[in-house]
Design a protein around this ligand. Structure first.
Ligand code: CMC
Length: 392
């Protein structure tokens, strides 16, 4: 019989070769196409990072302008898609709506089904990057019963998203450049992360030759789980549940208890065993945003700071190498900006879309690409004969 390597959770199996993103989990390093995330977060911006992830090099001024124009021209979604949103329950989680709506894009953009055409692959990538913020904002507006806000092409990518989320016909939303910058940085820090669960899902779905919009919908579904992208919502809700600093020891005790399934959400990472470099940048950003908005004595924030302090000093967390991850701090920023927790994971999803589609494009263009087909170790029953129901 065939012998297979058994690697539950794929902790030691490389599923592909990739030139896009590099992580050194021991050193706490993350590079996009060779550029350290810290430099990109400080000096670049999201659409430039999108170009870098998709095409491998930083654009020159002309290339960047063309790319930004192209994305901007694709931000509107088909008007008929409004009806699609309206089919969902009002109280649907925006991630549930997004899985459905992004999957439905495969029905609106039939031409993308021909993935053998490099031009069509390119168009699909641009449409996804351009339309995901619109779709995420529509999912939000629908969930709170407010009218959809159309994209505005004179706004930058991050400001446009904030405007689509917070503007109402009765009152113009005042765009604070510092908040747009912080939003853009959140997008940048989440843009790609090599072969994580959702990206592997997109690659596996895509390996069969499926429509790219359907593949991204599969990625969104995977991202939703609390062990992955859903951790940002879970982390903030945990902070709110803890409620006050004096409750923290109780939760730390639970996190350490082997018989208690409770985990500190926003802590730990499969690959980073030193620190999460994204969390470092995000923490600085969180301080800036809270400062700007004049939020100092917020109880959730106090709990977050104290929890972070205890976890970084406690032997259990040090031994298990459990550091605050990117999701721990992003939730604090998003909440200060006025987003409800249900919008945290949709924001992760729209940011990660470029990574998913860059990885998908890399895979499709790779001549070695073949359908992903993991094997198993069968541990079920031996061969046996069927027994008719009246003899059982
Ligand atoms: N709180 C308490 N204990 C933990 C935690 C935590 N957050 N994370 C891991 N542990 C313990 C775990 O119980 C296990 O202990 P033992 O060795 O005694 O059985 C040990 O640490 C190793 O955990 P694991 O589950 O085997 O590690 P993993 O690599 O499979 O899981 C993880 C990584 C991120 C899923 C996990 O740390 C976790 O569930 N964290 C909370 C959820 C979270 O914040 N996820 C976001 C990750 S970053 C962004 C993203 O991927 O989207």
């Amino acid at each position: 019989a065939d012998v297979f390597t058994y690697d539950p959770g794929f902790t030691s199996t490389a599923s592909c070769e990739s030139e896009i993103t590099f992580i050194d989990g021991d050193k706490g390093e993350l590079w996009y196409r060779g550029y350290p995330i810290e430099q990109l977060a400080a000096e670049s911006h999201y659409l430039e990072v999108c170009y870098l992830l998709l095409y491998g090099e930083l654009p020159n001024a002309d290339e960047l302008e063309k790319f930004e124009n192209l994305v901007t021209r694709h931000t509107m979604v088909h008007e008929q898609m409004n009806n699609f949103f309206r089919g969902f329950r009002r109280d649907a989680h925006p991630m549930a709506t997004m899985v459905g709506v992004v999957g439905a894009m495969s029905a609106f953009y039939h031409d993308s089904t021909d993935i053998s055409d490099p031009h069509q692959r390119e168009v699909a990538a641009i449409r996804l990057i351009a339309k995901l913020p619109t779709i995420a904002a529509m999912a939000y507006k629908y969930s709170i019963g407010q009218p959809f806000v159309y994209p505005q092409n004179d706004l930058d990518y991050a400001s446009n998203f904030l405007n689509m989320c917070f503007s109402v016909p009765a009152e113009k939303y005042e765009i604070k450049p510092e908040l747009s910058r912080a939003m853009d940085r959140i997008f940048t820090l989440h843009a790609d992360h090599e072969q994580n669960a959702s990206t592997s899902t997109v690659r596996l779905a895509g390996s069969s030759g499926a429509n790219p919009f359907a593949c991204i919908a599969a990625g969104i579904a995977c991202l939703w789980g609390p062990a992955h992208g859903g951790a940002n919502q879970a982390a903030l809700e945990m902070l709110q549940e803890i409620g006050s600093v004096d409750q923290i020891p109780e939760y730390i005790k639970r996190a350490k208890d082997k018989d208690d399934p409770f985990r500190l959400m926003g802590f730990g990472h499969r690959v980073y065993k030193n620190f999460d470099p994204r969390a470092k940048v995000m923490k600085e950003s969180a301080d800036e945003v809270l400062d700007l908005l004049g939020i100092e004595n917020n109880e959730t924030l106090k709990v977050a700071k104290e929890l972070e302090r205890i976890a970084l000093e406690d032997d259990f967390f040090i031994e298990k190498k459990l550091y605050p991850n990117v999701d721990f701090y992003s939730g604090i920023i998003l909440s200060a900006m006025g987003f409800p927790t249900a919008m945290f994971t949709p924001i992760f999803a729209l940011s990660r879309t470029v990574g998913w589609i860059a990885q998908w494009k890399e895979m499709i263009a790779d001549p070695q690409n073949k359908i992903g087909r993991p094997r198993q170790l069968y541990v079920g029953s031996d061969k046996r004969d069927y027994v008719p129901v009246d003899s059982r």
